[in-house]
Design a protein around this ligand. Structure first.
Ligand SMILES: Cc1cc2nc3c(=O)[nH]c(=O)nc-3n(C[C@H](O)[C@H](O)[C@H](O)COP(=O)(O)O)c2cc1C
Length: 377
């Protein structure tokens, strides 16, 4: 079934609003931002009736570490950062009923990930990968998919062997970020390598890296056809961040696309800080994505200065000419929404059984504010 589902998309950020926008424009599936197993374990599932969302809230940090909603259950894949089969299972079991499947990140080269044996560190540990994937497949209901996202290994044969390990261990689809672990996002992705990888396994293989426009995606499929190469889909990260309507053949005008994102951010209780960051990415554009020189009739440089001065969701709405209801709950659209939530007492024994979360992982903003031109997963 997976073979017949292109094109695909990846949700790279923990941003409900952005996920719902990508789905609205036609993405088949959206992957959530990687969440580390230990961050999710212990989280409380809260039905946020004010916004119709389901939030997984950490009682220790008093923040939502993952947020989704019932309408998205069949379309959202939860991505785990993990180096341990038992922690992966514990985290996945907690969240699996609210998502379509669980993906294991095996491509992130960032030091916080690799130091903890997660992300790209797993590319050197096929035995740990086998244990994680087998355990997840065994523990999760059969209708929930188990997938993984990898990077290219130093040779084609090594990548093919690694993909076979993943398939044999239960991965039902494999996304290949077409770069080597040490390559940065500014270096071109190796699309040609897909010709030598797609048939390493029977399960669907998705290509990721440098899909920034519909034209490029069409060119990729044309190239694949000419070469007799049949990957099952493409996964888009930066291209969709700059332009979530990349999935649509009839995209809206730029201004409307941006305003629509603002409305979604308000409706899903996105924090104004994250909303601001995504908006700044959209308004700046990137490789192959040129943006208009003005917004709302205001010169883009001046408008960007206005955006950067905003200090609340209400301010953002005013800047973009969108309505903002003053009736939202206290602390809506801020990082302290759950500050006074009546959390039940935590089981101290359970916490002490978990290995410590390292200091960098503690700061979700660090993970979110990745520089698309810098090091990325
Ligand atoms: C801001 C940002 C956040 C990212 N977060 C993740 C992540 O959580 N998990 C992951 O597997 N990849 C993550 N990535 C990497 C992308 O999934 C993707 O592999 C990479 O950006 C190349 O694809 P692209 O050329 O379409 O951007 C992130 C990338 C960016 C720019």
């Amino acid at each position: 079934m997976w073979r017949s589902w292109p094109p695909w998309c990846e949700g790279v950020l923990y941003l409900c609003a952005w996920i719902s926008e990508c789905l609205r424009y036609g993405a088949s599936l959206v992957w959530g931002e990687e969440i580390i197993d230990r961050k999710l374990i212990g989280a409380l599932r809260v039905e946020n009736s004010a916004f119709g969302c389901i939030d997984y809230v950490s009682p220790r940090e008093k923040v939502s570490v993952f947020s989704t909603c019932a309408e998205e259950t069949k379309k959202v894949i939860f991505q785990l950062g993990t180096a341990s089969a038992h922690l992966a299972v514990e985290a996945a079991q907690l969240v699996c009923n609210d998502v379509s499947g669980i993906d294991v990140n095996m491509g992130c080269p960032k030091s916080f990930s690799v130091k903890g044996g997660m992300g790209a560190a797993l590319l050197d540990k096929p035995e740990v990968v086998a244990e994680i994937l087998t355990s997840l497949r065994r523990a999760l209901p059969s209708e929930k998919s188990v997938t993984c996202k990898i990077r290219m290994l130093p040779s084609t044969e090594k990548t093919r062997d690694f993909m076979r390990v993943c398939e044999k261990s239960g991965a039902e689809a494999i996304t290949v970020h077409m770069r080597l672990r040490e390559e940065r996002p500014a270096e071109p992705a190796h699309w040609d390598e897909m010709e030598r990888l797609w048939d390493a396994v029977q399960v669907p293989v998705l290509a990721n890296g440098d899909f920034f426009s519909r034209h490029q995606i069409d060119e990729f499929w044309k190239h694949c056809k000419e070469k007799g190469c049949r990957p099952s889909g493409v996964m888009i990260a930066r291209g969709a961040l700059w332009n979530p309507s990349i999935f649509s053949r009839e995209p809206p005008a730029f201004d409307e696309m941006v305003r629509s994102y603002v409305r979604s951010a308000v409706a899903t209780n996105s924090t104004y800080q994250n909303t601001k960051w995504v908006l700044s990415q959209m308004l700046a554009g990137g490789t192959g994505v040129t943006v208009p020189t003005s917004f709302n009739g205001i010169n883009m440089k001046t408008f960007n200065r206005e955006l950067s001065a905003t200090k609340s969701m209400a301010h953002i709405c005013t800047a973009f000419g969108e309505p903002f209801e003053p009736t939202y709950p206290n602390r809506a659209h801020t990082t302290v929404f759950y500050k006074d939530f009546p959390f039940p007492e935590e089981d101290p024994q359970k916490r002490s059984r978990l290995p410590p979360v390292d200091a960098e992982i503690e700061s979700p903003q660090k993970c979110r504010r990745m520089d698309p031109g810098g090091e990325s997963a």
